[in-house]
Design a protein around this ligand. Structure first.
Ligand code: NZQ
Ligand code: ZN
Length: 385
């Protein structure tokens, strides 16, 4: 196992009715900014629950944080914070609202030349306002991690700091019942790929991490399709298991002490930045190609994945790996997401531009061995056609 330090300080309030916990969690003298997206929280009752819980607090609101949150939108919230001397931010939404709010809390305390440098130059964040989250879409893990992804002029870039990790997060699975099938699928796939990217590398004999990861993968494979089937889609146990799996997939636990390979995400970000494809749908296209192109480097872990996750016990090693990749694609198809670039009408002529973008963004040494250079990324994109 590799050396690591692990700390996750986000207090989780999980379960039906837990939104009311925010009245006790947020200091009564705080001036709160409630941030949210395009209005789903107004139609599913979450907004009303927030209003009721904050009845004794002084609070303001900022809406309109879009999927793949943009710098141009977020910077307006920073103005509002300065105008009203706000000192606490409560993000209510999915990964986009929470990620966007992470940028807002950092930019509000930024003392340098240009707050965009937090993202574009990865300037170290020195200070941030406290942030809390009410999660409405299980997917990204943003509710208890330190990362965020922000878009500006078609460039989708990550940043992170322990200072933007939410102080607490409310996970009420009933809130997810208003999600469309597309968003449910996206969430399950995102969490699945997060788990894979911290698992499918090379073995360092991290048994706890491996078995946690396999447990999450099995849970998502079992419960994901149920959240789309008419007779089980409103089952709260199904929703609870998906919600907790998505948080655990990217809260730092399974990735501590093991190698990681975020190439699927980094290549996927270019597809979202350039073509606006949903984040998870870029992952379902790129991951199978990564498995195929990196099959030699990932051989032992692919075999472990085949045997422990897909329970493939007969045939040669190569046959098991072939089958595991095919079953991964079948799972993605059963979750109604694409597995090829052709399904989203991106052709071979797009590849040079995507590689240029990867280069511009410094994504030239990806993977657990930092050896996924532009030539390997080209192979991955060609394999995904
Ligand atoms: O804006 P509203 O009206 O709220 O609607 C949203 C949005 O249109 C809707 N929605 C959310 N909760 C709902 C709901 N609709 C009905 N009922 C509910 N309960 O869903 C739509 C998509 O929301 P979004 O927040 O964009 O989705 P998701 O949670 O998948 O977040 C994706 C973003 O997270 C980033 C992605 O790059 C992308 O920008 N990621 C962040 C990560 C992190 N911070 O660690 C890691 C991930 O890999 C990912 O990159
Ligand atoms: Zn993701």
């Amino acid at each position: 196992m590799l050396n690591f330090s692990f700390q996750n300080t986000t207090r989780i309030h999980f379960g039906e009715g837990k939104i009311s916990a925010i009245s006790r969690e947020i200091p009564i003298d705080a001036k709160v900014l409630v941030t949210y997206g395009g209005g789903s929280i107004k139609s599913n009752g979450v907004y009303d629950q927030v209003v009721a819980a904050l009845k004794d607090h002084q609070w303001f609101e900022f809406s309109g944080i879009e999927p793949n949150p943009s710098y141009n939108t977020l910077i307006k919230a920073v103005d509002l914070i300065q105008q009203h001397k706000i000192d606490y931010v409560l993000a209510v939404g999915g990964g986009s609202v929470i990620d966007g709010s992470k940028f807002i809390v950092a930019a509000a305390c930024y003392k340098g030349d240009d707050p965009w440098h937090i993202v574009s130059k990865q300037e170290k964040i020195q200070q941030a306002l406290p942030l809390a989250a009410i999660l409405t879409l299980p997917a990204t893990g943003s509710e208890s991690n330190t990362g965020a992804v922000i878009t500006r002029d078609g460039h989708k870039l990550p940043f992170g700091s322990p200072l933007v990790r939410p102080v607490f997060a409310v996970l009420d699975p009933t809130v997810t019942l208003s999600l469309s099938d597309r968003q449910i699928s996206n969430g399950v796939i995102d969490a699945f790929v997060h788990t894979i990217e911290q698992y499918l590398t090379y073995s360092v004999n991290g048994k706890v991490q491996d078995r946690f990861a396999e447990g999450l993968l099995l849970t998502l494979i079992e419960e994901g399709p149920k959240a789309l089937q008419a007779d089980t889609k409103n089952d709260l146990d199904v929703r609870s298991n998906i919600m907790w799996a998505a948080t655990m997939a990217l809260n730092g636990l399974i990735g501590a002490g093991v190698p990681q390979d975020w190439s699927t995400h980094m290549i996927g970000h270019e597809l979202t930045g350039r073509y606006g494809i949903d984040h998870a749908r870029t992952l379902s296209i790129i991951l199978p190609a990564v498995m195929k192109v990196r099959r030699t480097e990932k051989h032992d872990k692919l075999l472990q994945y085949a045997e422990r996750v897909w329970q493939l016990t007969t045939g040669s090693d190569d046959e098991k790996i072939d089958q595991a990749i095919a079953l991964t694609e079948q799972f993605f198809t059963s979750m109604q997401v694409p597995t090829r670039l052709s399904q989203i009408e991106v052709g071979v002529d797009a590849i040079d531009e995507l590689l240029d973008l990867l280069e511009q963004h410094g994504m030239v040494a990806l993977g657990e061995h930092q050896d996924i250079d532009l030539a390997v990324s080209r192979q991955i994109l060609i394999t995904a056609l």
